[in-house]
Write a protein that binds this ligand. Structure first.
Ligand code: BES
Ligand code: MN
Ligand code: ZN
Length: 484
């Protein structure tokens, strides 16, 4: 996607969106537009809007008029995204957004560009040539604003790179499981070295040596080798402890021997959404040259039933030494994260750690697809993540953790079992993870089962299914709290 910022000037070719505060059409002002505005009862007020065609020197332009009104806050990103989404499938390849004459700041302008870009995203890699050729997509976005230079800088230094991360994450989540399985996924992550990210891949042999039997147990039924991938981006002070980001990367979750029902099982190709958020976040950080040290770890495993698969009742010894009775092989994400979190904490001594995971169906019951659940024993980090959720628009809501929930994981046969029963399913999952993290390390778990995958999302910035949730959140969280 080509993204350009320019100062007010001549009318453009392609489609155009004018955000108008009092009815004016800027570069498109004409008697015909005034007449159309009158017919549409358009005065630039909140909620006003119409579509028309404007004849300009360069040709005829499909023109979207939208009212800015005098409201305190106007969401330029969403307004632009709605128009860009409406152009999906129309064959329109260029969109120019006119923000001049409004109160749009450089950040608003950069966000408008990001909104258009995210809204124009389509997953069509596997459509055959014949299908693809039918309709070209939006390939060029121009934002016209009063301070084009500062807008361009805001985009280049932040929103553009973060957008690259979101798109990368979406592609990973949307990819089919015969394309993104652990080894293929690790290979894909290795390409991140071109952005200055150091990548290390641990295979099953190395993980066995480290004693990661909780993670490895999940992959026992799969023909595909499990992987732990570590990404290092050191843009901060030399020697300063990093922040750790950890992601659940179950490339397909059949449930294992505790097999899931067939309906909608295909959605479980997206059970690596937490890891995709970490990978996308690392891309954003590296491309915008964030002044922070960050390590990203993703546990990549395929959860399959098979003669070699682990059984309900199996007891595994995690790398931490704690033993786990695997009562349900479908509660596998926590088993993967238990070892990944422990390893991240011991190996990198981070000053803070956040993990993301499509961990529980129960979080969808609690929060739907709008907010991700934040779980933490540390009020500070929880507040930071809720605040970063608001500013980044990757919304998060805190749910409780407490000893009473933790007790629900006690097992007569081992140190713990991997399920807590029907009640408070998302919280007991968080408590499970908490058992593998030192109490004094600021740590939070974010359950993105609802926000990472959204079939038929109504948010104009999102495609159907893989949203890339978490990339914007993590970049905001690090930018606001860990960049010197
Ligand atoms: N990957 C699923 C959670 C999930 C469900 C994500 C639906 C997205 C949509 C996870 O591994 C899982 O199966 N969790 C179980 C836990 C249960 C067995 C305690 C669940 O939520 O049912
Ligand atoms: Mn599962
Ligand atoms: Zn899962």
């Amino acid at each position: 996607m080509k993204v350009t910022f320019s100062s007010p000037g001549a009318a453009n070719s392609g489609a155009a969106l004018v955000i108008s505060a009092s009815g004016e059409g800027h570069a498109y002002d004409s008697a015909a537009l005034s007449a159309a505005a009158k017919a549409a009862d358009f005065h630039g007020k909140k909620g006003d809007g119409f579509e028309t065609y404007a004849v300009t020197g360069g040709g005829t332009v499909k023109l979207f008029m939208r009212g800015r009104g005098d409201q305190d806050h106007f969401d330029y990103e969403m307004a632009t995204a709605r128009v860009a989404k409406s152009l999906r499938g129309t064959g329109e390849t260029e969109l120019t957004v006119h923000l001049d004459g409004t109160d749009a700041t450089p950040v608003d302008a950069a966000r408008a560009a990001l909104g258009a870009r995210l809204a124009a995203y389509v997953w069509e890699k596997h459509k055959s040539k014949a299908t693809k050729a039918k309709k070209p997509h939006l390939g060029s976005i121009t934002i016209v604003s009063d301070d084009a230079e500062a807008s361009q800088a805001a985009y280049d230094n932040y929103f553009g790179p973060v957008g690259d991360g979101v798109v990368f994450a979406r592609d990973l989540v949307n990819a089919p499981p015969n394309e993104i399985y652990p080894k293929a996924y690790a290979d894909r992550i290795e390409t991140l070295s071109e952005f200055g990210i150091e990548v290390e891949v641990l295979g099953e042999k190395k993980m066995e040596k480290l004693g990661m039997h909780s993670l490895l147990g999940v992959g026992l039924g799969s023909e595909r080798e499990s992987q732990l991938v570590i990404m290092k981006y050191m843009g901060g002070e030399k020697g300063e402890a990093p922040t750790a980001l950890v992601g659940k990367g179950v490339t397909f979750d059949t449930g294992g021997i505790s097999l899931k029902p067939g309906a909608n099982m295909w959605d479980m190709k997206g059970d690596m959404g937490g890891s995709a958020a970490v990978v996308g976040a690392m891309i954003g950080l590296a491309k915008r040259k964030a002044k922070a040290n960050v390590v990203g770890l993703v546990g990549l495993v395929e959860n399959m039933p098979d003669g070699k698969a682990q059984l309900p009742g199996d007891i595994v010894v995690s790398m931490s030494g704690q033993t786990i009775e695997v009562q349900n092989t479908d509660a596998e994400g926590r088993l993967v994260l238990a070892d990944a979190l422990h390893y991240a904490q011991e190996e990198y001594k981070p000053k803070a750690m956040v993990n993301l995971a499509t961990l529980t169906g129960a979080i969808i019951v609690s929060l739907g697809h709008e907010y991700a659940g934040v779980f933490s024993r540390n009020d500070e980090i929880a507040k930071e993540l809720v605040a970063a959720g608001e500013t980044s628009t990757d919304l998060t809501w805190r749910l409780p953790m407490a000893d009473a929930y933790d007790k629900m994981l006690n097992s007569p046969n081992a140190d713990m079992k991997n399920i807590g029963g029907r009640a408070a399913g998302s919280i007991t999952a968080a408590q499970f993870l908490g058992r593998f993290v030192k109490k004094d390390l600021p740590w939070a778990h974010i359950d993105i089962a609802g926000t990472g995958m959204k079939n038929g999302s109504k948010d104009p910035r999102e495609p159907t299914f893989g949203t890339g949730f978490g990339v914007r959140l993590l970049n905001r969280w690090i930018a606001d709290n860990y960049e010197g």
